[in-house]
Structures are given as structure tokens and as C-alpha cells.
Ligand binder design. Structure first.
Ligand code: HSE
Length: 284
């Protein structure tokens, strides 16, 4: 039996569309036991088959035969918190472990290939804050420092958003001034996160690539952004393709602001995760 933990991840962090991603200490755990037939526990009936993302990644990483998969899920699904990347990374890690060939770069390559973009895959595999890109010979990722004063709050409405749909509403091309502005903001976002510079963070977070289009998919987004930013002095960005919003500030929300958000429709939940570790074997 192999037991694996893989964290939730928040991609984009404002201007870092498809390149920046952060691991959060919200973990799915996966237990895999060799079996004659594929079987599942803790998995929605719709996904109890070969199309399951864990199974796809297991096969792609060279895993042989069938198994029983038991999943304990803490990561909300279809909320922009990297539940797919967690499944892919776990399936690939289970396969590499069974072959006694654990290699984190290979794990990252497989996970990012399956995802199609690296910004959830990298923090799911390596943990922490990552900057990522496609290189000539595969995906490239580097971990970056985060200032210890920063607090991360995930605001999660009871609304599912499909990443495919949320990518579909984005323009196919952007004017040069938008591309240039966003590149500068993405670089300065990493600097603001390194230094805990809230004033810089607030400027750098003003994304022009995806948030202007996706905010309309999240009911109550404007009200939540206003309440959260006014109360904390920080900045609220869309986590991945939504619907979760990630507040980055030097403090957590006060009780009055939380009550205002809880009183909105769409049943918002609030989590206060620390920075997460990457994918890991938890024991046999
Ligand atoms: N960068 C991806 C997107 C993340 O925003 O579409 C999806 O979780």
C-alpha cells in the first residue's frame, strides 16, 4: 500500500496567468493498494472508471495493473484550487513509487503535460510559491521566497466553474501594451511577495489578462473584493480560474468582514491556509 498527500494550489496570483502558482496547506490524501480490478472509495460515482484523472496519470507515468484507490478529499472541486492537479500528481507519484523510480522533475513534467499548463502542477509537486514556463525541452519551474508576514485567505463560494469554460471566455490575443503591462506586473508581484510589500502588491495584482473577463463568472465578486480589501488592506485575486478568491494581506479578515461575506448569497466559505508542502509519500 502506498499513501500520498498532494496540496491544493492557487494559480495565477493576479498577473501571473499560466505561470505563477502557490501551494496551500489543504491536502487530499490518496491510498493505493494493488488489486485485481480497478475500484474506488471516496470518489464520486461518475469518476469510478479509467477516465479518473488519478488513473490517467498513473497509466501515463507507466504504472501497471489495477488497484484500489481510496481518496480523502479536503480540496474543494471545480473551485480554482487545483483539485485536478492534485489528482494527476498523486496518480503519477503512485506509479513512479510502484516502479521505484520517484523523480520529482518527471512527476512535474507528467502533471503539467496532463494539465496543459504548469501553474497548478508545479506547486502541487514542489510546494511553496513557484514561477513556471515552457522551455525548449519541457516545463521549467523554480521556487520563489515568500515573506513570512503575508497571510492567505481563501474565500470560496458554493459555485463550480469549469476551467475549460473559464479559459474559453478569454480573448485569443491581446494588444502589445496589455502583454507588456502584465509581464511587468507578474515580475513585480513576485518581488512584492518576497518582501511583503503590500503597496507594491496592490499595484502589481491589477491583472489585465484574465480577471476582467472572469470576474463576471463569480457571483458577488465585486462586493467580496471591496469588503475583503477594505478590511485587510490587502489585495483579492481570483484563484486559478475561480470560483475561489484569494486574499493576500498582512493580516486575516476581521469578524465583521467575515459576517458580511457569510451573509451574501452563494454560501461563501472562508479558509486561512498556510503555505503548503509539495506532493509526498506519507508511508506504506
Ligand atoms: N492558469 C490556469 C487558468 C489555471 O487560469 O486557466 C487553471 O486552474
Amino acid at each position: 500500500m502506498v499513501k500520498i498527500g498532494v496540496p491544493a494550489t492557487s494559480a495565477n496570483l493576479g498577473p501571473g496567468f499560466d505561470c505563477l502558482g502557490l501551494a496551500l496547506d489543504i491536502y487530499n490524501t490518496y491510498e493505493v493498494t494493488t488489486a485485481k480490478e480497478l475500484s474506488f472509495e471516496g470518489v464520486d460515482q461518475r469518476y469510478c472508471n479509467e477516465d479518473n484523472l488519478f488513473v490517467q496519470a498513473y497509466r501515463k507515468a507507466g504504472g501497471q495493473g489495477n488497484f484500489h484507490l481510496s481518496v480523502h478529499s479536503e480540496i474543494p472541486v471545480s473551485r480554482g484550487l487545483g483539485s485536478s492537479a492534485s489528482l494527476y500528481a498523486a496518480g503519477a507519484l503512485a506509479a513512479l513509487a510502484s516502479l521505484q523510480k520517484i523523480d520529482y522533475d518527471r512527476l512535474f513534467q507528467i502533471t503539467a503535460d496532463l494539465e496543459g499548463h504548469p501553474d497548478n502542477a508545479a506547486p502541487a509537486v514542489y510546494g511553496g510559491l513557484t514561477a513556471n514556463m515552457k522551455g525548449t525541452n519541457g516545463w521549467i519551474s523554480r521556487q520563489l521566497p515568500i515573506h513570512e508576514s503575508l497571510c492567505f485567505t481563501a474565500l470560496i463560494p458554493d459555485v463550480e466553474i469549469s476551467t475549460e469554460e473559464a479559459r474559453g471566455i478569454l480573448p485569443a490575443a491581446y494588444p502589445r501594451h496589455v502583454a507588456a503591462a502584465n509581464a511587468g506586473k507578474a515580475v513585480l508581484m513576485t518581488e512584492a511577495l518576497r518582501c511583503g510589500d503590500i503597496a507594491l502588491l496592490r499595484e502589481a495584482a491589477k491583472d489585465e489578462i484574465h480577471e476582467p473577463y472572469r470576474r463576471t463568472l463569480i457571483p458577488g465578486f465585486d462586493a467580496v473584493k471591496k469588503t475583503a480589501e477594505e478590511d485587510s488592506g490587502g489585495v483579492l485575486v481570483i484563484s486559478g480560474s475561480g470560483s475561489t478568491c484569494l486574499l493576500i494581506a498582512d493580516r486575516y479578515l476581521g469578524e465583521a468582514a467575515k459576517s458580511d461575506i457569510f451573509s451574501l448569497t452563494d454560501h461563501w466559505k472562508i479558509m486561512e491556509p498556510k503555505i503548503g508542502r509539495g506532493a509526498e509519500l506519507l508511508g506504506k
